[in-house]
Structure formats: structure tokens, C-alpha cells
Design a protein around this ligand. Structure first.
Ligand code: IMP
Ligand code: MG
Length: 368
């Protein structure tokens, strides 16, 4: 979901908010017994919380609001403005502050300042959302709904520059904005490497070739490289998690990239799932699996041609070539199904000039 210039993802469902509000109502009603409390909502953000809260409150109560403002865009500012103060005498009353969210605690400090001279019987603080890692004050929080990480949220009264207050559920700011992530496939000889180079330039993507990543980690004796090597030395397959951890490191190294081209990974269903999970952790996703499609006979001819000059033994023998192609289709069939199920599979005709093929690939990417 987009608000102004930023992307948000679903974070807390309406049902969970409702259950939390009800739990807070029960706790507070139990603690206050037959006292008639004054609930004080902090506008604007708390209007929805206060409304649902007092509707569920089982006993008589009073409701009022004060209006403070401290946020600009997605950042808390030092300057808290008191826009509407207290309008009634609260001497001797039990006051419960109903806050939508407590972040740095600056607003709460202002609330305490406001109530210092009001001679209330008791001042209790209840907040629906609380960011413990951002909280810098010592004021006691008597009732906390849901603890959340220090990330910007909107919905259920909370806004981003005016938008989002009306949403019945809560959304969290995506840390990664609009990436284009591709998984590139192609049988040996399809021209995958060449096309990856062009796409990388054209779309400003980072090309992650699993083979290169492995060689880099092993050559530089990184912890993950040594771990991978220990399996390879025993003639065992490197566990998916090790490969994923290496890819994760590559992705993190390029945190501000427009996106990635994954090449040589995933190879299995389990790996495809692991890659989805990795992307999800980055607030991103694989947008497309693009497979270059080239007729077997064309591939065989191309590779035999290449074998004449490359000196690669596996490019010289027609049987080996055919085996590699068969092997490729056997392996990718599963992945084709995996990505088709997510509507992300794109087959692209890989026969033609380099420019023609780049053109076809670009058409797919531009339409994502
Ligand atoms: P604090 O003063 O830093 O504790 O921030 C409290 C106020 O900042 C809240 O009442 C909100 O108006 C606003 N705020 C804090 N975090 C968020 C958020 O994640 N989304 C929207 N508003 C927020
Ligand atoms: Mg507020």
C-alpha cells in the first residue's frame, strides 16, 4: 500500500487490535473497581482507540481529549505543541491517559507536565502501541497493548503526513522501497551471462551469480566460505542455509540497490522458498523468474561452436552437451511450477540477436 511517496505493508490485523483493546479494557476496569475514571485521549492519533475503548468499557466513565502534536512526517520532533489543553477541573479524579502510541516518550513528558498541577488523585498511562527500543523516558507505563519494533506505522488513528488514520488495521513502513528482483534462468548456451550484463546496466541492478559468490567467499576465506568448503571437501552438498547466508550478505552489501538478478539460484523448491523468505525479511520480493528459451538443436550447435574456441571440454562433446541440457530442464521444471503458481514465470524467446533478446527481456521487466 502506498501513502504519499512511501510503501507500507500489512502489520497488525483489525481482529488483533480489537482483542488487545478488549484486554486493556478488562485490566483497567478490574483495577479501577467502582471509581468513575476520566479517560483522556491524546489527539489526533488516539481517536479510534479511545472510541473503541470506551464503547467496550463496562462501567460509567468520562471521556475528554487534549491535543498535542510532535510528529513531522515519519520523525518525532522535540517541539511538542499544545493545541488544545485541558478544559475541565480534574481535582481528585482518577485519570487514565489513552495514547495511541508511545515512541520516544516526549509527548508523554508533556502530558506529565500538563497534569503536574491538576491535583488529580491518580494519573495512569495506557498506550495501545509501544516502541520499547525508542522509549527514552522513565515514566511508568501502566497498561501497554502491543509492543512493536522501532518502525513507523500507520492506520487505526495513526497517520503519515495526514493519510492513513482511517484504516481499520495497522501497516508498517517498508524498509526497502520498490525493488525489482529477478531470477534469471536459461539452459547452457542460452546467453544468460550476456543478457544479465545488459539488464544490470539498463535497470541498475546487482547481478548475484551464485557461482561467483561461492568462489569469492572461498577465495577470501570468509567464515561462510570456509564452512561451504568444509562440505565440499567431504564431497557433500553445501546446505541451503549456508548458500542463503552468503546471498544474504551480498544483498546486505548492496542495501541501496534498485534490485537484484539472481543467477544460479534457486535450484530446488526448498531454495526457492528460502529465497522468498530472505526477500520477505528485506521487505521485498522476487518479481519475476525469467527463463530464456532456446531450442535444443540451436543450443547444441551454439555450444559446439563455442567449444571450438573456448577449449572447454564440456563444450566439445555433443553427448555431454545434450545431457547438460536435459539436466537443466529436469531441474528447472520444478522451479517453473513454483514461480508459475505465483504468476511470476516468464518464458522469453532466446533465439535472435543479443539486442533483440535484450529487447524482449526489457518488455517483460517494464511490465512488472
Ligand atoms: P513520542 O512523543 O516520540 O513518544 O511520539 C508520540 C507521538 O508521535 C504519537 O502520539 C504519534 O502521534 C506520533 N508517532 C510516534 N510513532 C509513530 C508511528 O509509528 N506512526 C505514526 N505516528 C507516530
Ligand atoms: Mg498521539
Amino acid at each position: 500500500m502506498k501513502l504519499h511517496d512511501l510503501e507500507f505493508k500489512p502489520f497488525i490485523r483489525a481482529k488483533e487490535i480489537e482483542q488487545t483493546v478488549n484486554r486493556m479494557v478488562t485490566e483497567i476496569a478490574n483495577d479501577l473497581k467502582d471509581e468513575i475514571p476520566v479517560f483522556v485521549g491524546i489527539l489526533n492519533g488516539s481517536f479510534m482507540f479511545v472510541s473503541d475503548f470506551v464503547k467496550a468499557y463496562p462501567k460509567p466513565c468520562e471521556v475528554t481529549f487534549i491535543k498535542l502534536a510532535s510528529y513531522e512526517g515519519v520523525k518525532s520532533t522535540d517541539d511538542i505543541q499544545r493545541l488544545i489543553g485541558l478544559t475541565q477541573d480534574l481535582t481528585g479524579r482518577t485519570v487514565v491517559i489513552l495514547e495511541d502510541i508511545i515512541d520516544s516518550g516526549k509527548t508523554l513528558a508533556e502530558v506529565h507536565r500538563i497534569f503536574k498541577n491538576e491535583n488529580v488523585k491518580e494519573l495512569k498511562i495506557a498506550t495501545l502501541f509501544y516502541k520499547p527500543e525508542a522509549y527514552k523516558k522513565d515514566f511508568k507505563l501502566h497498561y501497554v497493548g502491543i509492543e512493536i519494533p522501532t518502525k513507523f506505522i500507520v492506520g487505526y488513528g495513526l497517520d503519515y503526513s495526514g493519510l492513513g488514520r482511517d484504516l481499520p488495521e495497522v501497516y508498517q513502513l517498508k524498509t526497502t522501497q520498490h525493488m525489482t528482483n529477478l531470477v534469471l534462468f536459461g539452459p547452457p548456451g542460452a546467453g544468460k551471462g550476456t543478457q544479465a550484463e545488459f539488464l544490470k546496466e539498463k535497470y541498475n541492478l546487482v547481478h548475484i551469480s551464485t557461482g561467483d559468490v561461492f568462489r569469492y567467499n572461498i577465495k577470501n576465506e570468509t567464515a561462510l566460505g570456509m564452512l561451504a568448503k568444509s562440505y565440499m571437501d567431504k564431497g557433500e552438498l553445501v546446505p541451503d542455509q549456508v548458500t542463503i547466508d552468503m546471498l544474504n550478505a551480498e544483498v546486505e552489501k548492496n542495501a541501496d540497490a534498485n534490485g537484484f538478478i539472481f543467477d544460479g539460484f534457486p535450484r530446488t523448491n526448498a531454495q526457492a522458498k528460502a529465497l522468498d523468505k530472505l526477500m520477505d525479511e528485506k521487505d521485498s520480493q522476487i518479481n519475476a523468474m525469467i527463463a530464456l528459451e532456446v531450442d535444443d538443436e540451436v543450443l547444441v550447435q551454439r555450444l559446439l561452436e563455442r567449444g571450438k574456441t573456448s577449449g572447454r571440454a564440456d563444450d566439445a562433446d555433443e553427448n555431454i552437451i545434450r545431457n547438460r541440457i536435459t539436466e537443466y530442464y529436469k531441474k528447472t521444471a520444478i522451479l517453473k511450477d513454483f514461480y508459475s503458481a505465483q504468476d511470476k514465470f516468464y518464458g522469453v524467446d532466446g533465439v535472435g540477436s543479443i539486442e533483440e533478446i535484450t529487447e524482449r527481456l526489457s518488455k517483460v521487466i517494464d511490465n512488472l
